[in-house]
Design a binder for this molecule. Structure first.
Ligand code: SIN
Length: 328
Protein backbone atom coordinates (compact mmCIF):
# COMPACT_ATOMS: atom_id res chain seq x y z
CA UNK A 1 0.00 0.00 0.00
CA UNK A 2 2.82 2.35 1.04
CA UNK A 3 4.54 1.66 -2.27
CA UNK A 4 1.29 2.44 -4.12
CA UNK A 5 0.85 5.79 -2.30
CA UNK A 6 4.49 6.72 -2.96
CA UNK A 7 4.12 5.86 -6.63
CA UNK A 8 0.92 7.95 -6.87
CA UNK A 9 2.59 10.96 -5.17
CA UNK A 10 5.55 10.63 -7.51
CA UNK A 11 3.32 10.40 -10.54
CA UNK A 12 1.36 13.50 -9.45
CA UNK A 13 4.57 15.41 -8.74
CA UNK A 14 5.89 14.57 -12.18
CA UNK A 15 2.67 15.96 -13.73
CA UNK A 16 2.96 19.26 -11.85
CA UNK A 17 5.26 21.10 -14.25
CA UNK A 18 2.85 20.31 -17.12
CA UNK A 19 -0.15 21.51 -15.14
CA UNK A 20 1.72 24.70 -14.32
CA UNK A 21 2.71 25.07 -17.95
CA UNK A 22 -0.93 24.63 -18.99
CA UNK A 23 -2.01 27.31 -16.51
CA UNK A 24 0.45 29.88 -17.83
CA UNK A 25 -1.50 32.94 -19.09
CA UNK A 26 -1.61 33.68 -22.81
CA UNK A 27 0.74 36.60 -23.37
CA UNK A 28 -0.47 39.41 -25.63
CA UNK A 29 2.22 41.92 -26.51
CA UNK A 30 0.62 45.17 -27.74
CA UNK A 31 3.20 47.36 -29.47
CA UNK A 32 2.61 50.98 -30.49
CA UNK A 33 4.60 54.10 -31.30
CA UNK A 34 2.81 56.93 -29.53
CA UNK A 35 2.91 58.24 -25.97
CA UNK A 36 0.65 56.81 -23.26
CA UNK A 37 -1.30 60.09 -22.93
CA UNK A 38 -2.81 59.73 -26.41
CA UNK A 39 -6.01 58.05 -27.69
CA UNK A 40 -4.06 54.95 -28.76
CA UNK A 41 -1.93 54.85 -25.61
CA UNK A 42 -5.05 55.08 -23.42
CA UNK A 43 -6.99 52.57 -25.50
CA UNK A 44 -4.20 49.98 -25.22
CA UNK A 45 -4.08 50.37 -21.43
CA UNK A 46 -7.88 50.12 -21.22
CA UNK A 47 -7.77 46.94 -23.29
CA UNK A 48 -5.21 45.48 -20.88
CA UNK A 49 -7.42 46.35 -17.91
CA UNK A 50 -10.61 44.93 -19.46
CA UNK A 51 -9.05 41.82 -20.98
CA UNK A 52 -7.26 40.83 -17.78
CA UNK A 53 -10.42 41.44 -15.73
CA UNK A 54 -12.54 39.33 -18.11
CA UNK A 55 -9.99 36.49 -18.24
CA UNK A 56 -8.23 36.53 -14.86
CA UNK A 57 -5.08 34.42 -14.90
CA UNK A 58 -5.78 33.39 -18.48
CA UNK A 59 -4.31 36.32 -20.40
CA UNK A 60 -1.56 38.82 -19.70
CA UNK A 61 -1.46 41.95 -21.87
CA UNK A 62 1.88 43.73 -22.04
CA UNK A 63 1.68 47.20 -23.62
CA UNK A 64 4.85 48.66 -25.16
CA UNK A 65 4.39 52.38 -26.05
CA UNK A 66 6.76 54.88 -27.75
CA UNK A 67 8.24 52.41 -30.31
CA UNK A 68 9.91 50.55 -27.39
CA UNK A 69 9.33 47.16 -28.99
CA UNK A 70 8.79 47.78 -32.72
CA UNK A 71 8.48 50.79 -35.01
CA UNK A 72 5.53 51.02 -37.37
CA UNK A 73 7.73 49.91 -40.24
CA UNK A 74 8.67 46.64 -38.50
CA UNK A 75 5.65 45.74 -36.38
CA UNK A 76 3.47 44.13 -39.06
CA UNK A 77 6.20 41.83 -40.26
CA UNK A 78 6.96 40.95 -36.64
CA UNK A 79 3.27 40.12 -36.20
CA UNK A 80 3.29 37.82 -39.22
CA UNK A 81 6.29 36.06 -37.66
CA UNK A 82 4.50 35.68 -34.31
CA UNK A 83 6.81 38.06 -32.39
CA UNK A 84 4.02 40.44 -31.35
CA UNK A 85 0.28 39.85 -31.05
CA UNK A 86 -1.34 43.29 -31.34
CA UNK A 87 -0.67 46.75 -32.78
CA UNK A 88 -2.67 49.68 -34.09
CA UNK A 89 -0.70 51.36 -36.88
CA UNK A 90 -2.05 54.43 -38.62
CA UNK A 91 -4.17 53.49 -41.65
CA UNK A 92 -1.47 55.08 -43.83
CA UNK A 93 0.99 52.36 -42.87
CA UNK A 94 -0.69 49.29 -44.42
CA UNK A 95 0.17 49.97 -48.05
CA UNK A 96 2.44 46.91 -48.34
CA UNK A 97 -0.47 44.70 -47.25
CA UNK A 98 -3.44 46.21 -49.09
CA UNK A 99 -3.98 49.12 -51.47
CA UNK A 100 -7.60 49.47 -50.30
CA UNK A 101 -6.75 51.32 -47.10
CA UNK A 102 -5.11 54.06 -49.17
CA UNK A 103 -8.66 55.37 -49.32
CA UNK A 104 -8.25 56.95 -45.89
CA UNK A 105 -5.27 59.03 -47.09
CA UNK A 106 -7.10 60.81 -49.91
CA UNK A 107 -6.89 64.50 -49.03
CA UNK A 108 -10.13 66.27 -48.06
CA UNK A 109 -12.16 63.05 -48.41
CA UNK A 110 -14.13 63.14 -45.17
CA UNK A 111 -15.79 66.32 -43.96
CA UNK A 112 -15.36 65.45 -40.28
CA UNK A 113 -14.71 62.61 -37.83
CA UNK A 114 -18.44 61.73 -37.64
CA UNK A 115 -18.39 61.02 -41.39
CA UNK A 116 -15.27 58.89 -40.89
CA UNK A 117 -17.10 56.97 -38.20
CA UNK A 118 -20.17 56.40 -40.40
CA UNK A 119 -17.98 55.02 -43.17
CA UNK A 120 -15.90 52.80 -40.85
CA UNK A 121 -19.05 51.26 -39.37
CA UNK A 122 -20.68 50.75 -42.81
CA UNK A 123 -20.56 47.31 -44.51
CA UNK A 124 -17.78 48.59 -46.82
CA UNK A 125 -15.75 49.89 -43.89
CA UNK A 126 -16.20 46.67 -41.92
CA UNK A 127 -15.18 44.59 -44.94
CA UNK A 128 -11.83 46.41 -45.00
CA UNK A 129 -11.04 44.94 -41.57
CA UNK A 130 -10.75 41.59 -43.36
CA UNK A 131 -8.88 42.88 -46.40
CA UNK A 132 -5.50 41.58 -45.17
CA UNK A 133 -6.45 38.08 -44.07
CA UNK A 134 -4.51 36.70 -47.05
CA UNK A 135 -1.45 38.34 -45.46
CA UNK A 136 -2.23 36.76 -42.07
CA UNK A 137 -3.47 40.03 -40.53
CA UNK A 138 -6.97 40.58 -39.09
CA UNK A 139 -8.44 43.95 -38.21
CA UNK A 140 -10.26 44.01 -34.88
CA UNK A 141 -11.59 47.55 -35.22
CA UNK A 142 -10.86 51.17 -36.07
CA UNK A 143 -9.67 53.75 -33.60
CA UNK A 144 -9.81 57.51 -34.13
CA UNK A 145 -7.05 59.98 -33.54
CA UNK A 146 -8.27 62.91 -35.60
CA UNK A 147 -7.74 65.19 -38.55
CA UNK A 148 -4.22 66.25 -39.56
CA UNK A 149 -2.74 69.74 -39.45
CA UNK A 150 0.46 71.10 -40.99
CA UNK A 151 3.32 72.35 -38.84
CA UNK A 152 6.29 74.44 -40.03
CA UNK A 153 8.72 77.16 -39.05
CA UNK A 154 7.14 79.58 -41.51
CA UNK A 155 3.50 80.60 -41.63
CA UNK A 156 1.78 78.32 -44.14
CA UNK A 157 -1.54 79.59 -45.49
CA UNK A 158 -1.74 78.56 -49.11
CA UNK A 159 -0.16 75.80 -51.23
CA UNK A 160 2.35 78.36 -52.58
CA UNK A 161 3.78 78.75 -49.05
CA UNK A 162 4.75 75.08 -48.79
CA UNK A 163 6.45 74.82 -52.19
CA UNK A 164 10.02 73.46 -51.92
CA UNK A 165 9.70 72.59 -48.21
CA UNK A 166 10.71 69.18 -46.88
CA UNK A 167 7.83 67.44 -45.14
CA UNK A 168 7.99 64.21 -43.19
CA UNK A 169 5.23 61.78 -44.15
CA UNK A 170 4.15 58.29 -43.11
CA UNK A 171 4.94 55.42 -45.48
CA UNK A 172 2.15 56.13 -47.95
CA UNK A 173 2.34 56.80 -51.68
CA UNK A 174 -0.90 58.78 -51.45
CA UNK A 175 0.66 61.12 -48.90
CA UNK A 176 3.71 61.39 -51.12
CA UNK A 177 1.50 62.39 -54.07
CA UNK A 178 -0.42 64.81 -51.85
CA UNK A 179 2.72 66.77 -50.97
CA UNK A 180 4.11 66.57 -54.50
CA UNK A 181 0.82 68.05 -55.74
CA UNK A 182 1.71 71.24 -53.83
CA UNK A 183 5.40 71.12 -54.89
CA UNK A 184 6.65 70.21 -51.42
CA UNK A 185 9.29 67.49 -50.87
CA UNK A 186 7.86 64.52 -48.95
CA UNK A 187 10.17 62.22 -46.98
CA UNK A 188 8.93 58.88 -45.58
CA UNK A 189 10.31 58.60 -42.05
CA UNK A 190 9.33 56.65 -38.91
CA UNK A 191 7.35 58.50 -36.26
CA UNK A 192 10.12 57.88 -33.72
CA UNK A 193 12.49 60.12 -35.74
CA UNK A 194 10.21 63.10 -36.34
CA UNK A 195 11.10 65.18 -33.28
CA UNK A 196 14.84 64.99 -33.98
CA UNK A 197 14.37 65.68 -37.69
CA UNK A 198 12.41 68.82 -36.80
CA UNK A 199 14.78 69.88 -34.04
CA UNK A 200 17.85 69.58 -36.27
CA UNK A 201 15.96 71.23 -39.15
CA UNK A 202 16.65 68.26 -41.39
CA UNK A 203 13.01 68.72 -42.38
CA UNK A 204 10.89 71.87 -42.50
CA UNK A 205 7.65 70.43 -41.24
CA UNK A 206 5.28 67.51 -40.82
CA UNK A 207 1.55 66.72 -40.81
CA UNK A 208 -0.13 65.29 -37.75
CA UNK A 209 -3.03 65.46 -35.30
CA UNK A 210 -3.16 67.85 -32.37
CA UNK A 211 -2.68 64.97 -29.96
CA UNK A 212 0.53 63.75 -31.64
CA UNK A 213 1.88 67.29 -32.12
CA UNK A 214 1.34 67.91 -28.42
CA UNK A 215 2.33 64.58 -26.86
CA UNK A 216 5.53 64.25 -28.93
CA UNK A 217 6.40 67.93 -28.35
CA UNK A 218 6.61 68.79 -32.04
CA UNK A 219 5.13 72.17 -31.11
CA UNK A 220 8.29 72.96 -29.15
CA UNK A 221 10.36 72.81 -32.34
CA UNK A 222 7.89 74.30 -34.83
CA UNK A 223 6.79 77.95 -34.82
CA UNK A 224 3.50 77.51 -36.69
CA UNK A 225 0.67 75.01 -37.02
CA UNK A 226 -1.85 75.57 -39.80
CA UNK A 227 -5.31 74.25 -39.14
CA UNK A 228 -6.06 72.61 -42.48
CA UNK A 229 -7.88 69.42 -41.38
CA UNK A 230 -6.74 68.18 -44.80
CA UNK A 231 -6.53 64.47 -43.99
CA UNK A 232 -7.24 61.76 -41.49
CA UNK A 233 -5.04 59.98 -38.97
CA UNK A 234 -6.95 56.96 -37.70
CA UNK A 235 -5.81 53.47 -36.78
CA UNK A 236 -6.69 49.86 -37.38
CA UNK A 237 -6.16 47.55 -34.42
CA UNK A 238 -4.67 44.41 -35.92
CA UNK A 239 -3.64 40.98 -34.80
CA UNK A 240 -2.24 37.94 -36.54
CA UNK A 241 -4.87 35.57 -37.91
CA UNK A 242 -2.82 32.61 -36.73
CA UNK A 243 -2.83 33.93 -33.16
CA UNK A 244 -6.45 35.11 -33.21
CA UNK A 245 -8.11 32.05 -34.73
CA UNK A 246 -5.84 29.77 -32.69
CA UNK A 247 -7.34 31.06 -29.43
CA UNK A 248 -10.06 29.04 -27.66
CA UNK A 249 -13.47 30.43 -28.74
CA UNK A 250 -14.44 31.73 -25.29
CA UNK A 251 -11.10 33.56 -24.90
CA UNK A 252 -11.34 35.11 -28.38
CA UNK A 253 -14.94 36.22 -27.76
CA UNK A 254 -14.07 37.84 -24.43
CA UNK A 255 -11.02 39.57 -25.93
CA UNK A 256 -13.18 40.96 -28.74
CA UNK A 257 -15.68 42.37 -26.24
CA UNK A 258 -12.79 43.95 -24.29
CA UNK A 259 -11.35 45.40 -27.49
CA UNK A 260 -14.70 46.87 -28.61
CA UNK A 261 -15.09 48.55 -25.23
CA UNK A 262 -11.50 49.80 -25.21
CA UNK A 263 -12.03 51.33 -28.66
CA UNK A 264 -15.17 53.17 -27.52
CA UNK A 265 -13.11 54.51 -24.62
CA UNK A 266 -10.19 55.46 -26.92
CA UNK A 267 -12.53 57.26 -29.32
CA UNK A 268 -13.90 59.35 -26.46
CA UNK A 269 -10.34 60.31 -25.49
CA UNK A 270 -9.59 61.12 -29.15
CA UNK A 271 -12.45 63.58 -29.27
CA UNK A 272 -11.44 65.23 -26.01
CA UNK A 273 -7.73 65.38 -26.82
CA UNK A 274 -8.30 66.87 -30.23
CA UNK A 275 -9.56 70.10 -28.70
CA UNK A 276 -7.66 69.94 -25.38
CA UNK A 277 -4.24 69.40 -26.96
CA UNK A 278 -4.88 72.08 -29.57
CA UNK A 279 -5.58 74.47 -26.70
CA UNK A 280 -2.48 73.31 -24.77
CA UNK A 281 -0.38 74.12 -27.83
CA UNK A 282 -1.92 77.59 -28.10
CA UNK A 283 -1.46 78.17 -24.36
CA UNK A 284 2.21 77.15 -24.54
CA UNK A 285 2.89 80.25 -26.63
CA UNK A 286 5.52 78.28 -28.54
CA UNK A 287 3.51 77.62 -31.68
CA UNK A 288 1.12 80.00 -33.35
CA UNK A 289 -2.00 78.25 -34.60
CA UNK A 290 -3.04 79.68 -37.96
CA UNK A 291 -6.67 79.47 -39.05
CA UNK A 292 -7.12 79.67 -42.80
CA UNK A 293 -10.02 81.29 -44.63
CA UNK A 294 -12.55 79.33 -46.73
CA UNK A 295 -10.86 80.68 -49.91
CA UNK A 296 -7.41 79.59 -48.73
CA UNK A 297 -8.78 76.15 -47.86
CA UNK A 298 -10.31 75.84 -51.31
CA UNK A 299 -6.86 76.41 -52.83
CA UNK A 300 -5.57 73.35 -50.94
CA UNK A 301 -8.59 71.28 -51.98
CA UNK A 302 -8.07 72.12 -55.64
CA UNK A 303 -4.31 71.65 -55.62
CA UNK A 304 -4.61 68.22 -53.99
CA UNK A 305 -7.69 66.95 -55.85
CA UNK A 306 -5.68 65.29 -58.72
CA UNK A 307 -4.36 62.78 -56.15
CA UNK A 308 -7.79 61.11 -56.07
CA UNK A 309 -7.60 60.13 -59.75
CA UNK A 310 -4.05 58.84 -59.39
CA UNK A 311 -5.19 56.19 -56.86
CA UNK A 312 -8.83 55.61 -57.86
CA UNK A 313 -8.12 52.32 -59.65
CA UNK A 314 -6.06 50.83 -56.81
CA UNK A 315 -8.60 51.85 -54.19
CA UNK A 316 -11.76 51.23 -56.21
CA UNK A 317 -14.37 53.77 -57.28
CA UNK A 318 -17.01 51.88 -55.26
CA UNK A 319 -15.08 52.40 -52.05
CA UNK A 320 -14.48 56.10 -52.74
CA UNK A 321 -18.20 56.43 -53.49
CA UNK A 322 -19.15 54.77 -50.20
CA UNK A 323 -16.80 57.08 -48.30
CA UNK A 324 -18.30 60.16 -49.96
CA UNK A 325 -21.77 58.86 -49.15
CA UNK A 326 -20.81 58.95 -45.46
CA UNK A 327 -20.39 62.74 -45.71
CA UNK A 328 -24.16 63.14 -46.21
C1 SIN B 1 0.68 57.25 -34.77
O1 SIN B 1 -0.17 58.08 -34.42
O2 SIN B 1 0.62 56.07 -34.51
C2 SIN B 1 1.88 57.74 -35.54
C3 SIN B 1 1.52 58.70 -36.60
C4 SIN B 1 2.71 59.10 -37.45
O3 SIN B 1 3.54 58.25 -37.82
O4 SIN B 1 2.79 60.29 -37.79
Amino acid sequence: MKAFVAATVLACASLLPFQQAAAKPIEIKFSHVVAENTPKGQMALKFKELAEAALPGQVEVKVYPNSQLFTDSTVLQAMQLGDVEMAAPALSKFQKYTTKLQLFDLPFLFKDIEAVDRFQQSPEGQKLLKSMEGKLLVGLGYLHNGMKQLTANDPIRTPADISGKKYRIMTSDVLQAQFEAVQAIPLKKPFSEVFTLLQTKAIDGQENTWSNIYSKKFFEVQKYATETNHGLLDYMVVTSSEFWYGLPDDVRNKLKVAMDEAIVYGNKIALEKDSEDRQQIIDSGKTEVIKISAEERQQWVEAMKPVWNMFADEIGADLIGAALEANN
